[in-house]
Ligand binder design. Structure first.
Ligand SMILES: C[S@@+](CC[C@H](N)C(=O)[O-])C[C@H]1O[C@@H](n2cnc3c(N)ncnc32)[C@H](O)[C@@H]1O
Length: 311
């Protein structure tokens, strides 16, 4: 079975990004390369796509998918926080468009065997980058109980965080927790009986929280937001699809701050900071996938798209 992933909000993203012939574009999260392929088609023949993914399986797959593109394609097995250095190495100081489509690909969730899902029994790894140092097993077996509570609460908004963390700490005294089904079983047992049969599986939130912690997803996004707008040409576009409310909040605040410019406290009658807006929002409201898309691809259900143009 090859690398599988269905791109989310493909039409909406292309409309926001509006890549054109000759553009230099960055896809910081190649995944199944669906968005990257659409960009390559729009920028040919003279354009350039710079594609990054921290998962080497995604880069290998993108290499094949994009091999027949007429535009120039440069692919890197890198974290998108390294984008400024990569552009420097390529001798590029500004680009026409940057896209991130955060979260997991279907391949990672269902085919990678890295324990992202509790549908099959897999080693508790959860690294997108398989040479990174931290695994989910290390967190679950070594972190203090209160650190586990904080991860489950902050990244998973899990109401039973304390009970689950307690159960994990008790279970690991008996034997190390090494597999996805073993952890899912501990989580199910930890929550009260009447909440075990809810619509979403009781382990869903804890698995998401662990994945976010393992891959330092919020830290990476924060670092990226601090430099990415400055890598755009005037008129260049930055579009991000997020799947978690904490990510979406970071993006919303960053774009709003750039579009506002002024940083004076709201009680100041007139602006004294003199800072001007450096961005225009592509839409005031966040863009969500259509009901039809969610029905066809349930992985799209929590996707949220925001975009800005550099002015
Ligand atoms: C949802 S998929 C992208 C799907 C892609 N847009 C498509 O159309 O097929 C997310 C991808 O982003 C990658 N990723 C997540 N965080 C990353 C980071 N900080 N740096 C580089 N790649 C990252 C994951 O490894 C995964 O392959």
């Amino acid at each position: 079975m090859g690398y599988q992933h269905v791109s989310v909000m493909a039409a909406e993203l292309q409309r926001f990004l509006s890549p054109g012939p000759g553009d230099i574009c960055v896809d910081g999260t190649l995944g199944g390369a669906g968005h990257a392929l659409a960009i390559c088609r729009a920028i040919r023949p003279e354009g350039m796509l710079i594609g990054l993914d921290q998962d080497n399986a995604a880069v290998d797959h993108a290499c094949q998918t994009l091999s027949s593109c007429e535009s120039t394609v440069q692919l890197f097995n890198e974290n998108f926080v390294r984008l400024p250095q990569i552009l420097l190495e390529l001798g590029i100081d500004a680009v026409d468009a940057i896209v991130l489509d955060l979260g997991l690909s279907f391949y990672q969730l269902s085919q990678s065997g890295r324990g992202f899902s509790f549908r099959a029994d897999e080693p508790l790894d959860m690294r997108m980058n398989n040479s990174a140092d931290l695994t989910a097993a290390e967190i679950v077996n070594q972190y203090a109980e209160k650190e586990l509570v904080s991860i489950f609460q902050k990244y998973g908004e899990e109401r039973w965080s304390r009970r689950i963390a307690r159960a994990v700490v008790i279970a690991r005294k008996e034997a190390p927790i090494t597999s996805s089904l073993q952890l899912a079983g501990i989580i199910v047992e930890a929550i009260p009986h009447r909440f075990r049969k809810e619509r979403i599986h009781p382990a869903t939130r804890v698995f998401m929280a662990l994945r976010i912690a393992v891959n330092r997803e919020l830290e990476c996004l924060e670092k990226f937001l601090a430099f990415a707008p400055d890598l755009l040409k005037t008129g260049g576009r930055l579009c991000i699809i997020a799947f978690h409310s904490l990510e979406d909040r970071l993006i919303k605040r960053c774009f709003a701050r750039l579009a506002k410019g002024c940083v004076c406290p709201p009680e100041f009658p007139v602006c004294t900071c003199g800072q001007k807006p450096t961005a225009r929002l592509l839409s005031r409201k966040v863009i969500k996938p259509s009901a039809k898309e969610v029905e066809a691809n349930p992985m799209a259900r929590s996707a949220r798209l925001r975009g800005m143009v550099r002015i």
